[in-house]
Structures are given as structure tokens and as C-alpha cells.
Design a binder for this molecule. Structure first.
Ligand SMILES: *Cc1c(COP(=O)(O)O)cnc(C)c1O
Length: 424
């Protein structure tokens, strides 16, 4: 496979942007090769600058649940563009998207639209602090909640991938309010409440950890978080930026039957455009300006083009979800079985719905410590082989693979064939 143009573009971009990219994991540093530069995408496929075609298992890190450039979404976006790109004034479309979110996500009664998951989580934490009058929050080692100062503490995703313990430039004074617990270890959360019984505003969790690779919650873990939050007067925030509309129309809260006080959404909710949201109980959300004193604003918030992509995507999921979710879950299951067949007990395949990760370790992966026992070097070899054979995986051991509804029989069969032919 030729990568000449991608290599040239990477050299050029490195002179212009830090590391040649606008988001760190894209630089492929963790898999020891240059990134491929994408020219276009359609359905389950990516096409790079050298004309190579890949079956895509990143799906833009989650938004692409319908596959790339779904015609219905693209047509709606085109029409929206013609009506104006941004007004900085309210539109009916924002109400339509808010209604859809409130209808689909069980615990959300009121919602605010923002531009990125980072902003959504940062704002939800601010609301939790205002609501409780407390400063501290609990997050979990290896969970990622965007790049705001206070949440870049023991974070997952690119922070894990780049082996950065934390970020430079975060004042210790900001980070000191962030307490770190272990995922799937409710006792570690209880211990923090024991230490700071009336200082903790919220427990912030990815209900399925998906930014250290996929680590599903063990039975009862999320329920226990709910109980602890209630017992100590703290809020429970589910960061459903990945799991929202991915594990089902109602996200992880619906599939695991545990209701948070506040929910953050991103990725799928924007249908491929920069849009995210946070929402929850009315009494919490009414604290947000202009109805309350928690300031949060955005020049492009509720952008009509992004909102249109979100509405169209959620409507399709609502109408066809009964076909889509079982299909993408079964597709992930099929890939997982193929990997297990090929690598046997050298790998652990974790899966939650259509999210999955292949960890190169013989031991079950249930928390951050067991994630870190997996062999990222072996993952890099696996990644490179797959890429050279037309399968585009997440360029890091610590990121999830995402399935879309556009991954049909041909793509799944080809993917399994490549996996099973890999020399081991
Ligand atoms: C992607 C992600 C974010 C950050 O969203 P951005 O849109 O990249 O700012 C926050 N939380 C989780 C769980 C995510 O996966």
C-alpha cells in the first residue's frame, strides 16, 4: 500500500501545527507510523490521499453510527446551509433537538446545547458545584472527560496514549479539587466520601469506560455510585459523550437502569458536526444563566447546521433503532469472536454493545491497572497489519473501536478474513 501523499502531507502539517495535527491521537504516535490523511468517507469506508480504501472502525470516534455521509443527513445539512450558517439568535430547530434529547434520554428534563464534549462536561461540573455549594468532584482513573483544566487529572484517551501523566499548564490549585477513584471499585469511592463527607459536589463517571479501551461496569457498580451520591448529598454525573445514543436510544443510563442527576452528550448527538449537550433535572438546569447564576454561553452554541445534523441523526435512530442497535451490536460481537478465534488467550476482547477493544493480555481487563498490563507494542503490530490490509482501527490500545450501521456483510466478512489471516 502506498502512503506517499500522506507522508508528504504529514511533513507539511508538522511545520504548521503542533505534531502535525489538531488532536493528539490522530498523529499515530502510539502505533509507530505516520498517520494517513483522509480525503473522503462514505458508508463504512475511508479513502486516503493516496487513494487507499479502508473499512473504518473509528467512525470519527463515535459520531458515525449511521456510517459516513448518510445521504439523509447530508441533504438536510445542505438545506440548512442555504438558510444561513449562524444567527446568534434562537431557532425552532434548537427546540426540536432539545425535545428529541429530552424524550430519548430518560433522566434529562432540560438541556443546554454546546459545541464540544469538553464544554459539556466542564459546564455540568459547574452546575453540580453550584447546586451543592461544594467544590470537590470524584473522577475515575483512566476516564476522559475532555481537556478542561480540572478534568485532566489521571485522564484517559490521548493523555494515556501519549503517556502523559497529566497536562502541563494545569495549576495545581485547579486540580486539587479533583479526587481520583478506581473504576469498578466502589470502595475507592466510598473511601473518598469517608475522607471528605460534605465537600464532594459530584461523582463524574463514564458509565461504560471507553477512553482507556472499553471497560464495562461490573454488576452493581453504577447502582453503588448512585447510592453513595445520595447518601452523601452529591450529584451523579454520567458522561455519556460516547455511550449516549450508542448503547441504545437512552444511552447507558437506560441500558443499565441507573439514573444520573446530570448527563453529558456529544459525538452522536451532533451527527458528525461540532455539537454537544448537557442536561438533567430541571432544578439543576434552571441554575444555568439566564434563568440562574451559573454562567455558560457560546457564540456558535445551537448552531443551526450542527443542530440539523443532530436532529436528522436522532430521528433516523429513533425510527430505525429497532433494526440498527441489534445489528451493530451483533457486528461487534462477530468481530470480537473473530479476534478471540485468532489470538486465543493472548487477548481479552471487551465489548459493550457496538463499542469494543482488543487488549493484548491474558488477564481480564476490568480497571485502569489491568488496562495498563496489556501490551501496547503488540497492539501497534496488530494495528499496522490491519491498516496495511485495509482495516482502519483506533491508533491506540487505549481507544475503543466503533461499529456503524453501514458495516454490512461484505465489510464484516472482509474484516474477519484479514484478522484470521494475520500471522501470529
Ligand atoms: C470525546 C469525549 C469527551 C470530549 O468531547 P470533545 O467533543 O472531544 O471535547 C468527553 N467525554 C467523553 C466520555 C468522551 O469520550
Amino acid at each position: 500500500m502506498e502512503h506517499k501523499k500522506s507522508d508528504e502531507l504529514f511533513e507539511r502539517s508538522k511545520r504548521l501545527m503542533p505534531g502535525g495535527v489538531n488532536s493528539p491521537v490522530r498523529a499515530f504516535g502510539a502505533v509507530n507510523r505516520n498517520p494517513v490523511f483522509i480525503e473522503s468517507a462514505k458508508g463504512a469506508y475511508l479513502y486516503d490521499a493516496d487513494g487507499n480504501r479502508y473499512i473504518d472502525y473509528v467512525c470519527s470516534w463515535g459520531p458515525g453510527i449511521l456510517g459516513h455521509a448518510d445521504e439523509r443527513v447530508v441533504e438536510a445539512v445542505k438545506r440548512a446551509c442555504e438558510q444561513g450558517l449562524t444567527f446568534g439568535a434562537p431557532t425552532e430547530k434548537e427546540a426540536v433537538l432539545a425535545e428529541l434529547i429530552i424524550e430519548l434520554v430518560p433522566s434529562v428534563e432540560k438541556v443546554r446545547l454546546v459545541n464540544s464534549g469538553t464544554e459539556a462536561v466542564m459546564s455540568a461540573v459547574r452546575v453540580a458545584r453550584a447546586y451543592t455549594g461544594r467544590d470537590k468532584i470524584i473522577k475515575f482513573r483512566g476516564c476522559y472527560h475532555g481537556h478542561s483544566d480540572g478534568l485532566l487529572v489521571k485522564a484517559g484517551s490521548g493523555v494515556l496514549t501519549q503517556s502523559m501523566p497529566d497536562s502541563l499548564g494545569v495549576p495545581a490549585d485547579y486540580a486539587k479539587h479533583t479526587l481520583v477513584a478506581e473504576y469498578n471499585d466502589a470502595a475507592s469511592v466510598e473511601a473518598l466520601f469517608g475522607e471528605y463527607p460534605d465537600e464532594i459536589a459530584a461523582i463524574l463517571a463514564e458509565p461504560v469506560a471507553a477512553n482507556m479501551g472499553v471497560v464495562p461496569p461490573e454488576d452493581g457498580f453504577l447502582q453503588k455510585l448512585r447510592e453513595l451520591a445520595d447518601r452523601y448529598g452529591a450529584l451523579l454525573i454520567f458522561d455519556e459523550v460516547i455511550t449516549g445514543f450508542r448503547l441504545g436510544l437512552g444511552g447507558a443510563q437506560e441500558s443499565y437502569g441507573v439514573m444520573p442527576d446530570l448527563t453529558t452528550l456529544g459525538k452522536i448527538v451532533g451527527g458528525g458536526m461540532p455539537l454537544a449537550a448537557y442536561g438533567g433535572k430541571k432544578e439543576c438546569m434552571d441554575l444555568v444563566a439566564p434563568s440562574g447564576g451559573v454562567y455558560q454561553a457560546g457564540t456558535l452554541s445551537g448552531n443551526p447546521v450542527a443542530v440539523t445534523a443532530g436532529i436528522e441523526t436522532l430521528r433516523i435512530l429513533e425510527e430505525e433503532g429497532r433494526a440498527i442497535y441489534p445489528a451493530i451490536d451483533a457486528a461487534a460481537q462477530r468481530i470480537a469472536e473473530s479476534v478471540r478465534r485468532t489470538f486465543g488467550n493472548r487477548v481479552q476482547v471487551n465489548r459493550a454493545g457496538s463499542l469494543m477493544s482488543v487488549f493484548f493480555t491474558e488477564h481480564p481487563v476490568t480497571d485502569h491497572a489491568s488496562v495498563m498490563r496489556s501490551d501496547a507494542g503488540q497492539y501497534a503490530v496488530y494495528f499496522q497489519y490491519m491498516l496495511e490490509h485495509g482495516i482502519y482501527l483506533a491508533p491506540s490500545q487505549y481507544e475503543a473501536a466503533f461499529l456503524s450501521y453501514a458495516h454490512g456483510e461484505a465489510e464484516l466478512a472482509e474484516t474477519c478474513r484479514v484478522i484470521e489471516n494475520m500471522p501470529r
